[in-house]
Design a protein around this ligand. Structure first.
Ligand SMILES: [Zn+2]
Length: 304
């Protein structure tokens, strides 16, 4: 089972990023491809729309993503300083579209590469200044760091990734039931797995237990890792867990969460027959689908 936006399709060539000459030669190679982005969106053409590729650097803000299976360079370039029409014209594209809208028509490698490029370029646009001294920062190492331009400071900035836990919580005793919630802002009546950002000073397991308790009042015991998913929208990393409840009474705050309830497998099957079970490209769907099928295709490792 491969989750969307994951897969390690490119050789990231981390050991060569510091070699500016090598990167420059690679960028100017006729076999190199650039994926252009405009304000977090892919520039696309065709029907179904697929991201266009450029063969030469024609804009500022180029970042190195890696080498493809043939050893050819793959870069991303940011055309966000232009107007949408201008960016599309330069890229030879029809329009700009969010990757999550077109992901169904992309190969797993294309989806992962587009997510990677989107996430890295988003960080560059939001780390233009040094958080320590306020000076302008500069992209180095193929775009995998930024360094403060103030010599007295010189702080190195790393791409920001925001980890979040997402979990299926099931009952300790038969019949097995799973805890799902309706979040404010989600489509009417849609249930999904619980999730939340990891806070400073927490382990991932701590975050799972705190989020479930805060959102639903349910106490969690054992927590097992299942899988993780790059979620560069804009800078997330989703880390999926299976958790076992040691209490079952539910209290929701009615603010962030409108409702939470336990589903048996037949109840969830009836729900899934009429509603999408999570976003098609999300780990949410994988976690819920796996539980519904009673499968265990990603063997969890107990962490407690
Ligand atoms: Zn600085």
């Amino acid at each position: 089972m491969l989750l969307t936006y994951t897969g390690g399709w490119l050789d990231r060539a981390g050991g060569r990023r510091a070699d500016a000459k090598w990167l420059d030669a690679l960028l100017n190679s006729p076999d190199t491809r650039l994926m252009p982005f405009w304000r977090d969106q892919c520039l696309v053409s065709g029907d179904p729309p697929v991201p266009v590729r450029l063969h030469a650097a024609r804009a500022e803000g180029v970042v190195f993503l890696g080498l493809d299976a043939d050893g050819h360079g793959v870069f991303a370039t940011d055309l966000s300083s232009m107007e949408a029409e201008q960016a599309a014209e330069l890229a030879g594209a029809d329009r700009a579209m969010d990757i999550r809208v077109i992901v169904g028509a992309l190969s797993p490698a294309e989806a992962a590469t587009a997510g990677y490029g989107r996430g890295l370029l988003h960080w560059h646009r939001n780390q233009r200044f040094c958080g320590a001294c306020g000076a302008v920062t500069e992209s180095v190492w193929g775009g995998h760091h930024r360094v403060c331009g103030n010599e007295a400071c010189g702080r190195l900035h790393f791409p920001k990734i925001e980890p979040a836990v997402i979990m299926t919580v099931q009952t300790e005793h038969e019949p097995e039931r799973i805890l799902l919630a309706r979040h404010r802002g989600s489509s009417a009546g849609r249930y999904s797995a619980l999730a939340g950002f990891v806070e400073v000073g927490e382990s991932l397991e701590d975050a799972v237990r705190r989020e479930v308790a805060e959102e639903t009042g349910v106490q969690v015991g054992e927590v097992s890792y299942v899988a993780s998913q790059a979620w560069p929208f804009p800078s997330g990393l989703m880390i999926g867990f299976r958790a076992t409840a040691i209490t079952e009474d539910i209290t929701v705050d009615g603010q962030e969460l409108l409702e939470a309830r336990w589903f048996t497998r037949p109840e969830l099957a009836r729900y899934a027959a009429e509603n999408p079970l999570g976003r098609p490209d999300s780990i949410d769907r994988h976690l819920l689908g796996t539980w519904l099928g009673g499968r265990d295709d990603l063997k969890p490792e107990a962490t407690r």
